[in-house]
Design a protein around this ligand. Sequence first.
Ligand code: PLP
Length: 385
Amino acid sequence: MSAKKIPLYDLKLSRKALDEAEKTLKSGWLTTGSKVEAFEKAVARYTGVRHAAAVNSGTSGLVITLKLLGISSRKEVITTPFSFVATTEVILQCGARPVFADINPQTFNIDPDEVLRKVSPRTACILPVDIAGYPADYKSLSEISKRYKIPLVADACHSFGARYHKKSIPQVADAAVFSFHATKNLTCGEGGMVVSRHADFIRAVKVMSRHGMSAGAYQRQKANRWEYDVVNLGWKGNLSDVHASIGLGELESFDRNQTARKKIAHRYLKNLTSLADYLELPPVDEKIESAWHLFIIRLNLARLKCDRNRFINLMAQNGVACGVHYKPIYEFSFYKKMGLTSQSFPNTAFAGRRVVTLPLYPGLSLKDVDYVCEAVASIINKNAR
Ligand SMILES: Cc1ncc(COP(=O)(O)O)c(C=O)c1O
């Protein structure tokens, strides 16, 4: 066992975030209020899109977005089976049918040709995911969305700060949903944001996130009026001012953190290219700026004597925690009920057995990145075929 301990994630909140949270805790107003409003404005400004609604998680943001788009029984949503379970769960929570399209083997993102094959008269939404922070193929996806008049919603829970041909994700989709969960590259602890060019849509997200009430506690206090109406079937999805304060504080150091993430990712890429026969590295394209939420490698098992679990165990023995993003959704016990098999999704199945996520967070030193790479190289050298 190694004396070295490198976790998969390590969150160090900025001084500013801690101070902002403390101020809010002492302010006498903890629920949705001025801090949420300020956070919404700051995120909208950062993404270059006018309208944003804060929510208590990416999952809530996705449920509310889909429900507002009328996703319900007898409707279909085309998405990827290679994602966190929330992406599919929210479709089922709306009573609709998830229709999976296989992924591109290089980017791990949904393959637009497969999306095209799955479009039906019941398709009511296309829901790509920007895996690891690398944007999906929005050019092809928007062409399909426009041709068939199907809304394009980005599950952008990995990709705050990513750029696709210089544009932010909400600029290339009808709506984008971010997650600010504790493991994400921008965090409030738990939280999320729906961002869109469409003002009416974001207004509706805000109403729905407060149980369909025309005015929440903050608006009522400001207007000095107790009265409110309930205008539709709502959801409990509002973000608290405490969480928004953390997000606001963290946003100030976001660019610096992203620069650190990019440096770490490029160090991994440089150190690991010599192992190209044994593992594949994440894609790099000058027109795409990844948010580098995760660094996912794919083992070439045909050239190794160990399997993926053995590789991860050996990394752990070297003090390096690794993860798996993702096991295909249809392989989980509950989702086996969908009756889907690997044969229908060869690229997802192939990636699902081989991917390994290496540690990536702004506080990870380049010396530690080199250490991780040496551990990878030594395991590969001992297990090469
Ligand atoms: C791809 C993806 N979609 C949705 C979510 C849900 O976000 P949250 O945890 O904020 O609900 C996550 C969270 O990890 C995710 O990775």
